[in-house]
Design a protein around this ligand. Sequence first.
Ligand code: MN
Length: 598
Amino acid sequence: MSKIQVTDVILRDAHQSLIATRMRTEDMLPICDKLDQVGFWSLECWGGATFDACVRFLKEDPWERLRALKKALPNTRLQMLLRGQNLLGYRHYADDVVEAFVAKAAENGIDVFRCFDALNDLRNLETAIRAVKNAGKHAQGTICYTTSPVHTVETFVEQARALHRMGADSIAIKDMAGLLTPYATYDLVKAIKEAVVLPVFIHTHATAGLAAQCQLKAIEAGAEHIDTAISAFAWGTSHPATESQVAALKGTEWDTELDLELLNEISDYFREVRKKYHQFESEFTREDVSVQINQVPGGMMSNLANQLKEQNALSRIREVFAEIPRVRKDLGYPPLVTPTSQIVGTQAVLNVLTGERYKSITNEVKRYLQGGYGHPPAEINEALRTQAIGHEAVIEGRPADLLSPEMARLRKDIGELATSDEDVLTYAMFQDVGRQFLQERADGTLSPEPLLPIESAGRQTDEGVATEFKIDVHGETYQVAITGVGGQDAGKRHVYLTLDGMPEEVLFEPLNAYVEAGASGRRQASAPGHVTTSMPGNIVEVLVAEGDQVKAGQPVMITEAMKMETEVQAPVGGRVTAVYVAKGDRVTPGEVLIEISD
Ligand code: MN
């Protein structure tokens, strides 16, 4: 049988790639009846970002969503993306948490677990794959595709063989950035099919505009499965459109036998749904071949752009794109996928914004250099390792072997706020956000972030409402949209706008004192003893109190930006005379957060 099987990603990756993972369950359920009739091999519907967005923004219980989907889609396999030992989070969990999570996900409705590790270190998949097999579900072993001097067809084939030996039921080639090219795909799939007898799935983002061609070549080379998205949420940083691929294969030996008319009806539905989320549409989700140059995945690009915008430094985005491959090389060429994309991206931003490479190193980069995420694919920069962690021993074994069981402690920590093991796992995945969700649920105050009305004139981005207008200058008409307002510089305020679609950054004199004062009311750093940060973010922990004596270089607080933690060190030695921040506070660069005087 050479029929091609389709996994539709409309309920997970499609909206994650295009509207910041904001689609609500209420917009999924009404169309499930039709989705269930199509005959997809599976529907991808769950993963780290969907779980996170549910708890953080939509105030939905992700487990309840899963149960509702299972009920509404009785004839279709439900599939999830699992970050191996990281599960849906950003750190390695102890084996008992991995086992509990997989068991509960299976019990609540997941049939297919696509398990990956960001470093392709298969030791980080052992527990997850074993747990999936124990639950009697489909364990899909994943190859995170990337390009580098050490990644070759042979290394990926070796990985496919190893996944087979570990008991994987199928192999997924996960090209999260859209780096595959058609002929590279052909060679890779051909070699894998010759080496292992397992079905091969092609997951490739259309970021560079090549994904449909890649899938066709993959099919010619023997792949049996393709990941596609209903066309209303296809292309760009998402996936090839389901309808297009179905049409492309029609009448051939690979015919998917899916009903185009039914798919069309489903797409009409999602086209309307998409309008509801217009505020999350971004200008960084269209096709962009530059991913082939700098390897920055689409999702990461929009994150970086938002981060730099907040920082008044959008103009430096090209420098950051140029810095990313250097950091990646220093770290031994990890594929860029959660969490390594954040680890590399945030460090690159720091390197650019502090004006000195590795002047400030995030805790995650330190942990990475200690071997805390597993074996990097290539040699890392030893000078950087010594600078970051001195001569501390490097973990050579499987990182999770160093972790003691955690479920009992997590259960105790969250206490009565958790009414089920699922709740404990929600807390385990996203501690502060998870706790807040469970607290709000207990208080009956859960309320999703507001959506802007569809007919609203303003378009909202992640940063706020964009006001659009036309201006006439000397008889020429220009289309202008204000996309954000940032901090101040010499009394002038940074304003971000697009002028005929091109991003611009302009300095304006504020018209009123309120704007000038800034939101936090904190002063701008001006003395050597003023402790400040280089990136906007949140305070994770303040390590000193008023009156403490500190040495220059001693960590005084930990901040979190772009989901990565950074230690902020005392710029000078002396006595802490004032602490202006506490855990959880939002801070912007340049503000005085702690004062030290000698
Ligand atoms: Mn993807």
